[in-house]
Design a protein around this ligand. Structure first.
Ligand code: NAP
Length: 249
């Protein structure tokens, strides 16, 4: 899409973690940023303040649980009421409920699929007519290397994240005619609250598996997303791996 100056960017789950870093990176390039949150209202409001001081043209926090179709629609509707368009939609909201299948309940499965997969369909569906009318837009779905490689204790999460890759490729084919690109990002392990929840002894084992020998930083994912938005006009339907080499395709 090119220049981010004045572009309208929606990032789901942007009050903390990777979503926050993405909002900050795109905001610093002059975008108008919608900082979506579900539970992190105060952190999201802090992000808005920081964005306004660091180059964003405008910023607003909008509460919506995007795992619910009506709330995802509300997020998109409120964005359009305020800014009149959407240039970049980053589906970042995600949760984990890690258990082996022996212990996993149907509720654990449904919760993760609802947040980590279905929410992306809900936001894209709600924004679809706007993207079609604009004949431009960039959709970025934050998947995971776990959706490519699988992971012990994460059948629900890996299924949702793999589903996101399939959704990305199909949506890219449907929306290319409207000049809308759709790509998936597959981060490896990144230093956020999600990774902090991993037990220390498991963290050591994880580090030992990463060729670059360290956990990634949220801004390293955010920088790649900025590249995709600013310079990726001919990139669509792709899965971009930012994972320190833990999974190589
Ligand atoms: P995190 O620190 O746990 O943050 C999760 C974010 O998702 C929070 O901002 C949270 O918002 C939001 N969220 C959760 N449920 C939501 C809902 N129903 N509606 C709206 N927002 C919701 O996790 P993270 O590491 O930043 O993860 C961001 C994305 O990257 C996720 O999709 C995750 O699966 C993916 N990822 C992470 C890693 C990693 O190692 N960290 C690796 C690969 C992929 P609230 O606080 O407001 O609820």
């Amino acid at each position: 899409m090119g220049n981010l100056e004045g572009a309208v960017v929606v990032v789901t789950g942007a009050g903390r973690g990777m979503g926050r870093a993405i909002a900050e990176e795109l905001g610093a390039a002059g975008a108008k940023v919608v900082v979506n949150y579900a539970r992190s209202k105060e952190p999201a409001e802090e992000v808005v303040q920081k964005l306004s001081q660091n180059g964003a043209q405008d910023a607003v926090a909008i509460g919506a649980d995007v795992s619910k179709p009506d709330e995802a629609k509300k997020l998109i509707d409120e964005t359009l009421e305020r800014f009149g368009r959407i240039d970049v939609l980053v589906n970042n909201a995600g949760i984990t409920v890690d258990k082996t299948m022996k212990k996993l309940t149907t509720d654990d499965w449904d919760k993760v699929v609802q947040v980590d997969l279905n929410s992306s369909y809900y936001t894209v569906k709600a924004a679809l007519s706007q993207f079609i009318e604009q004949e431009s837009g960039t959709i970025i779905n934050i998947s995971s290397f776990v959706g490519q490689a699988g992971n012990f204790g994460q059948t629900n999460y890996s299924a949702a994240k793999a589903g996101m890759i399939g959704f990305t490729k199909s949506a890219a084919q449907e929306l290319a005619r409207y000049n809308v690109t759709v790509n998936a990002i597959c981060p490896g392990f990144i230093e956020t609250d999600m990774f902090a929840a991993v037990p220390e002894e498991v963290k050591d084992k994880i580090r030992a598996r990463i060729p670059l020998g360290r956990i990634g930083e949220p801004h390293e994912v955010a920088r790649a997303i900025r590249f995709l938005v600013e310079d990726g006009s001919y990139i669509t339907g792709q899965t971009i791996n930012i994972n320190g080499g833990i999974y190589m395709q």
